[in-house]
Structures are given as C-alpha cells and as structure tokens.
Design a binder for this molecule. Sequence first.
Ligand SMILES: Nc1ncnc2c1ncn2[C@@H]1O[C@H](COP(=O)(O)OP(=O)(O)O)[C@@H](O)[C@H]1O
Ligand SMILES: [Mg+2]
Ligand SMILES: [Zn+2]
Length: 511
Amino acid sequence: MLSVINSATTLGIDGVIIKVEADISIGLQNFSIVGLPEASVKESKTRVQSAVKNSGFDIPPKKITINLAPADLKKDGTKFDLPIAIAILYALQNVREERLGETVIIGELSLTGELRPVKGVLPIAVETRDRGFKYLLLPEKNAPEASVVDNISVIPVSNLAQAISWLNKETEINYDRENNCIIRDSETEYPEDFRDVKGQEHAKRALEIAASGGHNIIMVGPPGSGKTMLARRLRTILPPMNFNESLETTKIYSVMGLLKTGISLIRNRPFRSPHHTISDVGLIGGGSIPKPGEVSVSHNGILFLDELPEFSKSVLEVLRQPMEDREVTISRALLSITYPANFMLVAAMNPCPCGYLGDPNHKCLCSYPTIQKYRTRISGPLLDRIDIHIDVPPVQYSELSSQREGEPSSRIRERVIRARQIQEERFRKHSNIYCNSQMTTRLIRKYCPLNSEAQELIRNAMEKLHMSARAHDRIIKLARTIADIEESEKIEARHIAEAIQYRTLDRNQFN
Ligand SMILES: Nc1ncnc2c1ncn2[C@@H]1O[C@H](COP(=O)(O)OP(=O)(O)O)[C@@H](O)[C@H]1O
Ligand SMILES: [Mg+2]
Ligand SMILES: [Zn+2]
C-alpha cells in the first residue's frame, strides 16, 4: 500500500513542496528513508516510531519505506517528522484521505507525539498558498509566523493525535489568522535613539548622509569615543521597511530559525555585529545545504564590522562580491542558491594598534611602521566600496555631562526620507538602482553635473591630497547626496567641499 502526503522545505529563502511517500509491504521488519535525507532527517525514524506508538497506534512488523520527492533535492531539518508519521498512518488506514490532497504538513515530533516548532515556516506558507493548497498543518508555535500569508488556512496543532483528528474531520480547528499576525515592533520602536548621543555633530551628520544616500561608512577613533553607540543608531534614521522588504528579511530569519517565537513579521531593520573571529561561511553563507550568512541576515539593515583590521584577510575579501551585487550565490554540486544581501556596511577601527593615536588624553605608544601595518590590513578594494570615512574623536567631559539632548532620530529620519524620495524619482527609469551610492560612472556623468567652481575645488583637492580617480567619483556621489538633503537640484561647490571631508582615509598617510 502506497500513500502520498504533501510537505515542504526551503531552498534558499523560497519554499519547495516535497511529496512524502510511505510504502508498507510484507517483508523483513525494516524502516528506511530515501530521497537524499541528511542525518537530521534520518533521525526522524526514531522519533516517528515512538511518537506514533505513544499516540496510541500500532506499527506492524513490516517493511516500511519512506521516499522524499523530488529525490535530487537534499533535505535537512526535522520538519518531515509529522508528514512521515501521517504517511505511515495513512498507509495503515488510520487517516482518511479527504483533507490530505489540499493540505501541506510540517512539524517536528517529540518521542511522546508532541509537536515542536520548525524553521522556514514563512517561505513554506508563501509556497503553500502560491501552489494552490488550502491548509497548512503545523506546530502551534509556528502559527504566528505563517499567519502573515493570506489566502490559506493555518491549522496549528500541538500533537500528532490532534493532527490526525483534524485530518479525519473529527475536530475542527479555527485559527484566527488575522488577529494572530503579530508584527514585531513598529518601526518607531528601536531601543536606541540619536537623542542619547551627546556632541559628535560631525559623526551624526556623516551618518545622516550615509543613511540618505545608502553610503557605506567607516569610523576611525579611540576606544570609548562612541563608535559602537553611533553605529547602533544608524538604522533608527533609515526609512521604515516596506512590506516586501519586511517579508524578505523575515524569510531569512525564518530559514535561519532566528525569528522570535510568536513573531510574524519583522518590521525593524536588522543590525548585525559579527565578531571579528567570524569565518568566511559565517559571513557570506555556505555549508553542505547552503545557509545564509551574516551579509544576508543583515539584508535591508546594517552590517557592523567593529575592529575592522582584526577580521581575517579572506573574510574581508569575500565581502566584496555581496557588496557589489547585493546578493550572494552559493554553488554546490547539486544546486546553486542565491540569498539577498543588500546591507549597509558600517565599519569601525582604532586609529592605531593601541587605539590612542591623536587622543588628547592618552599617549599613543605605537611606532610608525606598526601603525602603517595596522592600517594596510584593510585592502584598497574594500576601502573603495566605503564612501564615507570619518574620524570620531572622544567627546569632551563637559559635553558628556551636559543635560542637553541631541536631535531625536525621528527628526533626522524625516530628512533622510525626503532625500530618498528625490533619489527614487531620479532613478525611476533605472531598474535596481535606488540611491546615490549605487550610481555607476555613467549615471554620475548624467546626474551630477558640476559647475566650474565645484570642478575647480575637486581638482585642487585631488592634487593636494593625492586622491585616486575612484575617490573622485565617490566625492561626487556624496556631494549628490548632500545636495539632495538640501533639496538642491544643482551640486554646488559647498557640497563638494563637505564631501571631500569624508575621505580622510584617502589622504596620504593611508596610502
Ligand atoms: N557622545 C556620547 N554621548 C553619550 N555617551 C557616550 C558618547 N560617547 C561615548 N559614550 C558612552 O561611552 C560608552 C562607550 O562608547 P562606545 O560606543 O562603546 O565606544 P567605542 O565603540 O568607540 O569604543 C557608550 O556606551 C556611552 O555610554
Ligand atoms: Mg566599540
Ligand atoms: Zn597607538
């Protein structure tokens, strides 16, 4: 007797329907799973057998074969426990057919038959709907995650017996999807705010420009000068995510199992701050079934690399491709998966190995060659992708102790949103370009004409500060953003003058 059940898994950040077939035949007592299962799926056997028995059913001493189709797709995770158990019970005629054809089933079983939450439910729910299924039968704890998706009925169950009873139409389960769609934090509810930052007007201005034009930024300053504090606040001035951005970000969190229980949709932009000991795979993704890395977990948000020179050369090297393409493709023998990776990079570093170079309150003990060596750890090609460089000196005690609050993030964000609208309008005709930082040389020519005064200024700066041709383009892009914040259509000399200040690392001492 052969039975087929619909289940699903994820491939990248998309859901894929998997058919679970159970064949029970006369023969030596045996239980096997075929169809490229990874170790975690093979362990399913033990859980399923115990769960079925402890839910009050008998498994006869026969030959049971489970096939997961399509067979060429590697499958990991524990989400096939429930469909495997149901396929067996269907083959044994303990489950009626009626609802099976229009239901997708996922869930991990405990030995007692209780259901545990699984990863990747959001993409699976989207696929369930798109493929025309009516029901998604899943562990209770995963229900809020699935409830973002409309036009399907979410059927949460807490154990195997309940699942079977629903499939057999012995009980009805009415889950109020809309009222259970729990949206994590509205966009105005970040725990941090620029209001908390005293002084540092120069750094705050630079971060506003970074947010406005989508420019990557690096901050150089001694320990305690507030670099981490500033970086953590950048997302609070970015425009709120639209629904599609939220959905994409949530899908990545869902696949990674990072979604907090009970949360349906992430509204806050991610802020990720991986430690400098992170591996290439941890940063850009990979593994035998390729998982997303930090560049994708920070999709639509901020990737903060603190102590940039401490990261390994190879890690900084692999970062370049996603920065350029805004996605990462991981290729394996059997498949190739693309994950989105559209993040803003914020980097921080000390000015020298001891950290105190230029600090009025501490003496720097580093020799000139060690300072040089420290700084050249960041490769030119990576620096080339960082438009804004700023020095962040420690704030004076008098400023720190002042009672005056800084400008709140909400006000800064209003200006950022306006500047972004101007850019959206400008790049409407260019697909895949949304902000100034993404302009190619050709678009710079088109959208950033300079008057003679501005041209003269930039030529002088390049000569005096020994800047490269690449730096030249970056200054113009930044000047475009500065002009947009002012809602000035023309780029004036004063915009160029300010932009030049944000290229401190181009200046001779760094080359
Ligand atoms: N401008 C500032 N306004 C208010 N507090 C500050 C400021 N700069 C630093 N601090 C305080 O000092 C702490 C250390 O700052 P941090 O951001 O960790 O520095 P860094 O990352 O540069 O080493 C912060 O958590 C904050 O409490
Ligand atoms: Mg820090
Ligand atoms: Zn030093």
